[in-house]
Write a protein that binds this ligand. Structure first.
Ligand code: FAD
Ligand code: MG
Length: 297
């Protein structure tokens, strides 16, 4: 099939891009594999926070509202499935496949998100999105100023150790993943963050940290620092330039969310160092504007 604008990834960023293009009466295809990064929160009946007007709603309900509103626009087309085999041919034409269907697109917007790689601590992955998180702004408030465990996965734990006293009473579990400097330790002491060098054996209960020496420290919640990877190889298939962020690689974009490959745009977690629903929606809107504007230049 042939389409003016194809969007790969139909979550917050992709749907925000689609909305702008739909409102310009452009023909848009949204391809989505249905694997939002925060699906884990829905799986535990949890809430998304920090997105204006939607604070405390289920992440899936926010995405479902967006889809429902977009379905009112006749020029938006939908495909469920995984896009793959993206290519730019010698004439600069863009194509990809979804199952047996080859899609030729005038403009392509990548809103494919990232995947989280958690440190290999027993019991952590099962609690991801329930009592284990990475973003204090999203989930710190609900810890109710109680005891907060920081499971170090990398030296990025330093940021958590400095930030989280504003949300509760943190203990930093070094777990062999991070060796703070003398200055770091002084700063943690100033901020009131305790440091626990004994390795973590496992997480039990809601958020109990069980140490290798047998001690059990119940927490209101835990934070860790996942490494992120692009959720999709599409950007790599197209040869989009990447940037290395503190958490992992992401697609390099210009001010209109344009990538290094002509007519390819990117937005959301896939194209920024660290993301949120608000920022994904903002980048997505800009990618929609950028892709549309590029057809007039
Ligand atoms: P995603 O929401 O990850 O969506 C990407 C979409 O692209 C998916 O539907 C996926 O299936 C699809 N896709 C990928 N590759 C392909 C392909 N090849 N073909 C077809 N489809 C494809 N943010 C907040 O603002 N508030 C919170 O409270 C909050 N809590 C969070 C809690 C946890 C545990 C986690 C992990 C994240 C949380 N976030 C929160 C961050 C938030 O989930 C992300 O910032 C947001 O989902 C990014 O939106 P996105 O549209 O860029 O990507
Ligand atoms: Mg930007």
């Amino acid at each position: 099939m042939k389409i003016d604008f194809a969007i790969i990834g139909g979550s917050y960023a992709g749907l925000a891009a689609a909305l702008q293009l739909a409102r310009a009466r452009r023909q848009v295809l949204v391809v989505d594999a249905g694997q939002r990064r925060n699906q884990c929160v829905d799986d535990h009946d949890g809430e998304a926070h920090g997105f204006l007007t939607q604070d405390g709603r289920a992440p899936g309900a926010i995405a479902a509202d967006a889809r429902r509103q977009l379905r009112r626009y006749a020029t938006v087309h939908w495909m469920e499935g995984l896009a793959d085999e993206a290519r730019v041919d010698t004439g600069g034409r863009l194509s990809f496949r979804v199952g047996d269907v080859t899609v030729n697109a005038g403009r392509l917007i990548l809103a494919t998100g990232v995947r989280d790689e958690l440190p290999p601590v027993a019991g952590l992955a099962e609690r991801w999105g329930r009592s284990v998180f990475h973003c204090p702004y999203c989930h710190g408030y609900e810890m109710d100023q109680g005891p907060i465990g920081i499971i170090a996965a990398s030296p990025l734990a330093q940021h958590h150790a400095l930030m989280l006293p504003d949300w509760g009473s943190p203990t930093l579990f070094l777990n062999g993943a991070y060796a703070p400097s003398a200055e770091d330790l002084e700063a943690f002491a100033r901020r009131g963050t305790r440091v626990e060098p004994t390795p973590v054996a496992r997480i039990e209960g809601f958020a109990d940290v069980v140490l290798e020496d047998g001690r059990r420290l119940p927490m209101s919640g835990l934070f860790t620092q996942p490494r992120t990877q692009p959720a999709s190889p599409i950007a790599a298939q197209l040869g989009c330039a990447m940037e290395e962020g503190p958490m992992g690689p992401f697609i390099k974009v210009g001010p209109m969310q344009d990538t290094s490959v002509p007519n390819v745009f990117a937005c959301g977690d896939a194209a920024r160092a660290a993301g949120s629903v608000t920022l994904a929606v903002s980048d997505g809107a800009m990618a929609g504007f950028g892709a549309h504007r590029s057809t007039m230049l």
